[in-house]
Write a protein that binds this ligand. Structure first.
Ligand code: PLI
Length: 458
């Protein structure tokens, strides 16, 4: 088999800045050992997120010039709306400036004290928007998905029996909607099978509860269904996406992922009354319904990006290049969530650094080390991001997994960049015993990982 190459050629380049280790030591210290607080110019390879970091195509850039900036009824909105309708089959398409704006709208309306929202695994902004409304976010991931070392095709699936039991115990009247995140970002970028989407829909429908997709990475999920699930290999990506959305009553979308743009999002709905309430809130906080929080040019770029993301050559390259990094790390013995996910590789920090306990943040230690050693930026997804203090004892309650995510921006880095990242990690793994834990010296009351400051424990 021949090398799977990038299905594009490069027309415009952006230089990246090299720094010395001494410079990085000072930069990291000044940033309170939190890579979120480092200036991006001081990062060589930025794997902090795949969100809003895509390289746009020449067609998307020409769409930017062609954008119609009319306040109401912009041509660009209609192009965007048509594309989203084609994929989702939903009637009411509400543009927002990004995914969390769509979440805020839907959960301000559907949420509130005494309400519960099950998901396979909530992303942090989804959880925060639910909790901000006074409601509770509940994760009901299948058992296999909780074990990084087990290989399975659809580790993002929801535990359907647990969902049924949860609805019975909690009362269907207290569950305004069930959500499925495709792919399951916080659970390792793992896909959800069509079978699971169908079964979750069946359970939710039995109790009259709508199903929503958190659709950020819908095309990557569809590609996994195509290559892994029986009955889908001859279907087009569009057909698979259409089937996925056919089971949903609504969707929130961060276009910053699978619409290949730097800003954008939407809420898609089937229910006209709900759409009316959402639009009313949209007008107050985001903008008129034909632009939401976006410019006409952004809507053009989203429409074009949604078309491009469903190209099979692109998805083949995309999923394979993530897997390539995963394979390099596995062959050096680095523990990762297996199999590699769609948009990122997740290092199992508990197994990478068994000598650092969760309350000393092993993931943070890895993230700091790979910045220091190679200028590579990644993100901790463990006790820093999701740790909670027990209200009675004040002790840190850690999530099930301590992870470090290396998220791969779409169409941005080439194979040699990825080879370099693997080299940095493999080197750090060789001297892992020398890595130290961290303690928090400052934290905000919500989403603390963005602004927390740390110090190394000696
Ligand atoms: O960053 P937003 O507001 O456009 O989207 C929020 C969001 C919702 N759901 C999921 C599954 C996400 O992954 C997500 C954003 N993800 C980010 C920023 C990430 O780094 O993964």
């Amino acid at each position: 088999m021949k090398t799977i190459i990038e299905p594009f050629r490069i027309k415009s380049v952006e230089p990246i800045r090299f720094t010395t280790r001494e410079e990085r030591e000072k930069i990291l210290k000044d940033a309170g050992f939190n890579p979120f607080l480092i200036h991006a110019d001081d990062v060589l390879i930025d794997l902090l997120t795949d969100s809003g970091t895509s390289a746009m195509s020449s067609k998307q850039w020409s769409g930017i010039m062609d954008g119609d900036e009319s306040y109401a009824g912009s041509r660009s909105f209609y192009r965007f709306e048509e594309m989203v309708k084609k994929i989702t089959g939903m009637e009411f398409i509400i543009p927002t400036h990004q995914g969390r704006a769509a979440e805020r709208i839907i959960f301000s309306i559907a949420g509130g004290p005494g309400k519960y929202f099950p998901n396979n695994t909530h992303f942090d902004t989804t959880r925060a928007n639910i909790e901000f409304s006074g409601a509770e976010a509940v994760d009901l991931l299948n058992e296999t998905g909780k074990h990084p070392e087990i290989r399975a095709d659809f580790k993002g699936d929801m535990n359907v029996e647990a969902l049924d039991k949860f609805i019975q115990e909690t009362g269907k009247e207290n569950i305004p909607l069930v959500m499925l995140t495709v792919t399951n970002n916080s659970g390792g970028g793992q896909p959800v099978s069509m079978k699971n989407i169908r079964e979750v829909k069946e359970v939710a429908s039995k109790y009259g509860i709508p199903l929503f997709l958190d659709a950020c990475r819908f095309a990557e999920n569809a590609y996994f269904i195509k290559i892994r699930e029986e009955g889908y290999k001859d279907k087009s990506i569009l057909e698979i996406c259409q089937e996925m959305f056919s089971y949903a009553d609504g969707a929130t979308m961060s276009a910053k992922k699978d619409a290949l743009v730097n800003i954008g999002g939407f809420l898609a709905l089937r229910n006209s009354d709900l759409a009316m309430s959402c639009r009313n809130l949209l007008i107050v906080t985001e903008g008129f319904p034909t632009y939401g929080g976006l410019a006409g040019r952004d809507l053009e770029a989203v429409a074009q990006g949604l078309e491009e993301v469903m190209d099979e050559n692109y998805l083949h390259y995309r999923i394979r290049s993530t897997e390539y990094l995963g394979e390099k790390m596995l062959s050096a013995g680095i523990p990762i969530i297996e199999p590699p996910g769609g948009h990122a590789i997740y290092i199992d920090a508990k197994r990478f650094l068994p000598h650092i306990p969760p309350h000393q943040f092993p993931g943070q230690s890895i993230v700091c080390e790979i910045y220091l050693d190679g200028g590579v930026r990644a993100v901790e997804i463990g006790s820093v991001m999701f740790g909670k203090y027990d209200k009675v004892t004040g002790k840190l309650k850690s999530p099930a997994m301590e992870l470090v995510r290396l998220a791969i921006p779409r169409r941005v880095y080439t194979q040699s960049h990825i080879d370099y990242v693997a080299e940095v990690l493999i080197e750090a793994y060789e001297y892992k015993e020398k890595l130290k834990g961290y303690e928090i010296t400052y934290e905000a009351p919500m989403l603390r990982h963005f602004t927390a400051r740390f110090k190394q424990i000696n």
